[in-house]
Structure formats: C-alpha cells, structure tokens
Design a protein around this ligand. Structure first.
Ligand code: CA
Length: 405
C-alpha cells in the first residue's frame, strides 16, 4: 500500500466496526473503530500498519485518523444511545496539538447526540516520547467530560504496570492472542489472572480482545472479563450488527462454562473432604504425647504418594516442627525450618482464622513451590492445641485427580 495513494484518496478511507460483547447481557455494548482502505487493486486493507509506521509523518497519520473518526462518528449517530465507541489514538499523534482537535470533534458530535461518556479512548503510549505528565494531564482533563480511558494490548508486555498504576484507566483491554495455542504455559495464564485481580482492585473493567477460539472465550469468562472482542465472536465489518446477534450462542457457551467450572469446584471440594477424612483417621489412631516430629513420621506412612512435605505451625505462623520431606528414597527430617515464621505468606493468617472457625481443613489454590519448582497445592488443617498441620501435595498426585492442576 502506497502512502500517497491513501492520502490522495481519502474518500476510500473508511471506518470498520468490531463489535464488543458484554458478559452479563450477551449482547453488543459497543464497537471498536478501525481504519480500512478500499484499495483499487487489493480490496479492503487494514490501515493498522499505516498508523503504526513512525516513518510516515505524524501530520499525515493524523489526517487519516481524523477522516476515519469523523466518518465513524457520523455513521454512529444511528446507534442506540448507550452504545460505546472505542477509538484508538497514538499518544504522540494526539499530543501534536495538545489533544485539542480530538476533543473538539468529540464535543461537536456531542451536540448531535453522541454523549462523550460513550467514548472510550484507547490510548497507546508504548513508544511515546513526550512528557508522560502532560499526557496524563490531558487524559484526566478528557475524563472531566466523561470520556473513558482504556489501555489496549495488555499482556503483550508488562511495561504497562507502572502506567496502570499512574492513570487507573477505566478499561483494560487484555490481548488473549498468546493463549490461542494450548502450548501457552501456565505461567502466562497466571500473569493474565493477576491482571484480572489488578483490574478488580483499581475498579477497571476488563475487556479481553483477540478472542479467536472457544477456549479463549472460556478463559475470558473465568478470569473476570466483562467485555469480549475477537474474530471468534465477530470480525470488524463495515456495517453495524444487530445487538442480540450472538445472544443464543453466548448463552449456550456460558452454560457449558458454568457446568465445567461447577464440576471442577466439586472435584476440589471432594479432594478436600478426602484429605480431611484420611488425616483425621490417621491422627485418631496415633498415640498421645509424641513429639511433632514423631507425629509427622507416623502420618507419612498414610500419605505416601500424596504428600511430599509436612510441617506444623502455631497460629502465628511459627514453625514448631521440622519439615518432613520426601526425597527420592525416603522421608527425611529437616530441622533447619524449626522456628521460621510464615505469617508473611499470602493468605496465611486468613487461612488460619478460616480453619479455626470452620474447624476443618482447607486446600490452597495452585501455586509454584519455590524449592522444587513444581506446581502444587497445600492442604492445611487444625490440630488440637491451636496448632496447624500443613501438607504439601505432590504434583503427581494432583495430576491423578482430574482438574486439580
Ligand atoms: Ca485497539
């Protein structure tokens, strides 16, 4: 595509609209506006590369950007009054005139019925060379008009984290492209999961984009995605779609996600119960007045193949026993751990209180064991005398219990 072709042929520069769906209503809640060019020889081509090409003078890109925006907003006048419009802007291009023209255009259309609070500005500042402070000031100024701020392509790199902290965007658009292949590791899924926690903490709406398979949609559903976008749902198109176009499909998919998640949770529950019963039985058979090291040794016989590490702490997290650790040949006592404190670990005290009040054991989430590097879970349960038993479950065992890893 020749730049000059585009610039001298703005008539054939057109907006395309990719629908964004909501998880709670299963219908279209807005569109991302994307630039396209009706090329005389090669049909419809994306202007994405054009906007990203820093070799092309910013003024030219701005002109094409504006052409797309004005045409898109004109077309959007026919949409229902609650429909959101996601507009991409490169920070450098936006700041060419301190963001004035963009705001003017938005306010212009606000007179015609597109309220600024329906505008979501997807700002990309990845290669931004200006002062971040100026940019943030502008974005916060836009917000006073109701314009929402979104960061897109999150998940591609982690450099967003500091920006997210500074600006608290209204919407986080997380790119699920990497998850397309099932080869994407658990670690990457965990990063996306922590983004969902972050979004919740800062009150941002989570939008998962580039959803191309049912698996990615399920992931988005499971990880707090309020909005969904991608080819699996709808490609960008020149015309708008009926709002309920995917209502039945999304409802059906959602139903199957719920079934599979419930099954997983039931398996988790039944594993917790099994461990609780097994350990209670073992404890009940034990002689009184033995040391905690002896108690762990007696337990280990009944937990062969299930546990690889056990220890006992008091309710403040001070370790009262050695670790009993299963090496390749046998169980060994590791006394170096006595008197270490674990209260600083995430959820530690919360779990202690839960066990004390619930009077039964709990199973942790999946996590990576720092020493062995294996993905494991820990089962913990109250003993007599306000102390607590911790049993790290081996990944081989968890693997044998469906859905536990
Ligand atoms: Ca975007």
């Amino acid at each position: 595509m020749d730049i000059l072709d585009v610039l001298t042929d703005l008539e054939n520069v057109v907006p395309f609209f990719q629908p964004i769906f909501s998880a709670d209503e299963h219908r279209i809640i807005g569109y991302e506006i994307l630039g396209r060019y009706h090329s005389p020889d090669s049909g419809v081509v994306s202007l994405g590369p054009f906007f990203l090409d820093s070799q092309i003078p910013e003024e030219y890109r701005l002109e094409v950007d504006n052409t797309v925006l004005i045409k898109a907003l004109n077309k959007s006048l026919m949409l229902e009054k609650d429909m959101l419009l996601f507009i991409n802007r490169d920070a450098d291009i936006l700041m060419l005139d301190d963001g004035e023209q963009f705001l003017e255009q938005i306010l212009q259309f606000s007179k015609q019925g597109i309220s600024p609070d329906r505008i979501v500005l997807e700002i990309s500042a990845r290669n931004y060379i200006g002062e971040l402070e100026h940019l943030d000031h502008l974005l916060n100024y836009y917000r006073t008009y109701g314009i929402k701020i979104a960061f897109d392509k999150i998940g591609d790199d982690s450099s967003h984290l500091d920006r997210i902290g500074q600006l608290s965007p209204d919407i986080l658009k997380v790119n699920l492209q990497v998850l397309r292949s099932t080869a994407a590791g658990a670690a990457y899924r965990d990063i996306l999961y922590s983004l969902s926690l972050l979004a919740r903490k800062i009150g941002a709406t989570l939008l998962f984009e580039n959803i191309e398979t049912s698996f990615q949609l399920q992931f988005a559903w499971k990880n707090g995605g309020h909005y969904y976008q991608g080819y699996y749902l709808c490609p960008p198109e020149e015309e708008f779609s009926p709002r309920n176009i995917l209502k039945e499909k999304l409802r059906g998919e959602c139903h199957s996600f719920i079934l599979s998640e419930k099954k997983k949770l039931e398996q988790l529950f039944s594993l917790t119960n099994d461990l609780q019963e097994r350990i209670q039985d073992l404890l009940a058979k034990m002689k009184k007045q033995q040391s905690y090291a002896e108690l762990l040794r007696s337990l280990s016989g009944g937990l062969e193949g299930i546990a690889f590490r056990m220890y006992i702490c008091d309710e403040d997290g001070f370790q009262l026993s050695p670790n009993l650790f299963r090496n390749i040949r046998e169980w060994e006592l590791q006394s170096a751990y006595i008197e270490k404190n674990w209260s600083w670990r995430p959820y530690f005290l919360e779990n202690i209180i839960r066990m004390r009040y619930g009077k039964k054991g709990i199973l942790s989430d999946r996590y990576s064991d720092i020493e062995t590097g294996e993905i494991i879970r820990t089962f913990s349960c109250p003993l007599a005398d306000k102390d607590f038993l911790f049993v790290d479950l081996s990944s081989t065992y968890l693997y044998s219990r469906e859905g536990m890893l």
